[in-house]
Design a protein around this ligand. Structure first.
Ligand SMILES: CC(C)(COP(=O)(O)OP(=O)(O)OC[C@H]1O[C@@H](n2cnc3c(N)ncnc32)[C@H](O)[C@@H]1OP(=O)(O)O)[C@@H](O)C(=O)NCCC(=O)NCCS
Length: 159
């Protein structure tokens, strides 16, 4: 496994985060969520979101480059994305562990996350890391006033 170092994201990371987010979102979600949502998830839209979400973002750095990121909101490990060339290397494990650490350090004993039902690779990854499927979760997302419901599963730490 390549050594990955985690640190808080800075505004200067936002463009790289947006690139990883855009690529990874389409890899894991397109065809598994409503078409309108997939159309709304443009590179530009991820640029706007990445800039706005810097304070909630932690990046993993490998060889001086940002290889992936995790965003934590309250008790939710909300976003976890790794650049294609760093998948299967253990970077994702480091980010998930850091996300869990941040949730519990903030006083929430039970971290959770939502994963799109058809995102088989991510589900397998979470299960390998000791998480379990706790049931269906229709996840509502509103983009430009239009609400989409993605078929998701709620995952929690296996206890
Ligand atoms: C999800 C993600 C963070 C996982 O990180 P990763 O480094 O790819 O994870 P790993 O390779 O360690 O583990 C993935 C598991 O799925 C397996 N896998 C790979 N491709 C698969 C596929 N098409 N179908 C089923 N399983 C698959 C791998 O073999 C591995 O299982 P194993 O450890 O039992 O062999 C990363 O793939 C990613 O960023 N994907 C795109 C964005 C995304 O979907 N994020 C999650 C949003 S909830």
């Amino acid at each position: 496994m390549v050594g990955a170092v985690v640190r808080a994201a800075t505004p200067g990371d936002a463009d790289t985060i947006a690139e990883i987010w855009h690529t990874g979102w389409h890899d894991g979600h397109a065809a598994h969520v409503p078409d309108g949502l997939t159309r709304a998830r443009t590179r530009e839209a991820f640029g706007v979101r990445a800039r706005a979400r810097v304070p909630q973002t932690t990046v993993a750095v490998v060889g001086g480059e940002v290889a992936g990121f995790v965003m934590v909101v309250g008790d939710e490990v909300e976003q976890l994305f790794v650049a294609p060339e760093h998948r299967g290397t253990g970077v994702a494990d480091v980010l998930l562990a850091e996300g869990e650490r941040q949730v519990t350090a903030a006083g929430h004993p039970e971290p959770w996350l939502a994963v799109v039902e058809g995102n088989v690779r991510a589900r397998r990854f979470y299960e390998r890391c000791g998480w379990r499927d706790a049931g269906p979760l229709p996840y509502e997302v509103t983009v430009d006033g239009e609400t989409f419901v993605s078929p998701c599963r709620r995952y929690v730490r296996a206890g």
